[in-house]
Design a protein around this ligand. Structure first.
Ligand SMILES: NC(=O)c1ccc[n+]([C@@H]2O[C@H](COP(=O)([O-])OP(=O)(O)OC[C@H]3O[C@@H](n4cnc5c(N)ncnc54)[C@H](O)[C@@H]3O)[C@@H](O)[C@H]2O)c1
Ligand SMILES: O=C(O)C1=N[C@H](C(=O)O)CCC1
Length: 247
């Protein structure tokens, strides 16, 4: 039995995680904490793993607190930068027995989309990412889109591919979107959506579209539970659920 605490337990994702952990025969929910609770309660309740679905402004501090408490962490919250990931990696050297998984998206379709996009990136002249989410989301672009763009950019750089062609010289309102490692990323916020992303790859006379749709937050739960089960036997920092999958 793996004992689990949930941070952000009252939120949209946290509520689903509480239910999914509660329904799993090999997991025991020992703490359901939200913003007014002390993270140390997770240790007092005997948690081996804490799942964090909080807010980008809180998640890094939560992870450092969990490491100090000797608790493995599975993190779905977005907002991570190269610098904040490095700080966690550094902190984990003090606790080499602990594992931390930080994954921008736990849905299988999204994990595969990111992999497929990176694999396809070097075969196309142009690439852009469009992410589409519910309007209650506080961050843009999405963590998934940032991770997707970085994977595409790394694959193109490794293959020596030039920047996507773009004649734009006048864009006073930012219509061309954000630029992540040279890849344009566009964010849509629309009532009715949950979490969606399209990667558009273009060549003369052809286009490849890679699309992932999470219509319901249940889509994230198998990946979260996989993370909880695996993190206890995979010390160190892992970024992206694909690192726990045999892809
Ligand atoms: N990785 C994935 O697969 C995935 C999927 C969906 C959402 N997300 C990300 O998860 C995060 C949460 O999304 P959501 O839709 O559940 O948001 P939400 O606003 O519904 O929930 C966040 C919860 O965290 C709580 N909270 C805030 N600060 C806290 C703190 N310091 N300690 C404990 N709890 C705290 C809030 O009170 C709230 O209940 C976002 O960053 C989102 O982008 C990731
Ligand atoms: O609903 C959200 O918020 C989501 N956030 C993640 C992101 O920013 O990529 C994953 C998808 C849902």
């Amino acid at each position: 039995m793996i004992t689990v605490a949930v941070l952000g337990a009252a939120g949209r994702m946290g509520t689903h995680v509480v239910n999914a952990v509660g329904a799993a025969p090999d997991l025991e929910l020992v703490a359901a904490l939200d913003h007014s609770d002390d993270v140390a309660q997770a240790a007092r309740a005997g948690a081996q793993v804490a799942v964090d679905f909080t807010v980008p402004t809180a998640t890094e501090a939560n992870v450092h607190a969990l490491i100090d408490l000797g608790i493995n962490a599975v993190v779905g919250t977005t907002g991570w930068t190269e610098e904040s990931l490095l700080r966690v990696e550094e902190h984990l050297r003090e606790r080499p027995e602990l594992g931390v998984l930080i994954a921008p998206n736990f849905a299988l379709s999204a994990v595969l989309s990111m992999r497929f996009a990176a694999a396809a990136a070097r075969y196309f002249e142009s690439v852009e990412v469009v992410e589409l989410h519910h309007p209650d989301k506080v961050d843009a672009p999405s963590g998934t889109a940032v991770h997707t763009a970085r994977g595409i950019a790394a694959a193109r750089a490794a293959a020596g591919i030039a920047a996507s062609p773009d004649a734009t010289t006048h864009d006073p309102d930012g219509a061309r979107g954000a630029v992540i490692d040279g890849v344009h990323v566009h964010a849509v916020r629309l009532r009715g959506l949950v979490a969606h992303e399209e990667v558009l790859l273009g060549n003369p006379g052809e286009q490849l579209t890679i699309r992932t749709d999470s219509f319901d937050r249940v889509s994230f739960m198998p990946g979260v539970l996989l993370g909880v089960r695996e993190v206890v036997r995979r010390p160190g920092l892992a970024v992206g659920l694909d690192s726990y999958m045999d892809l």
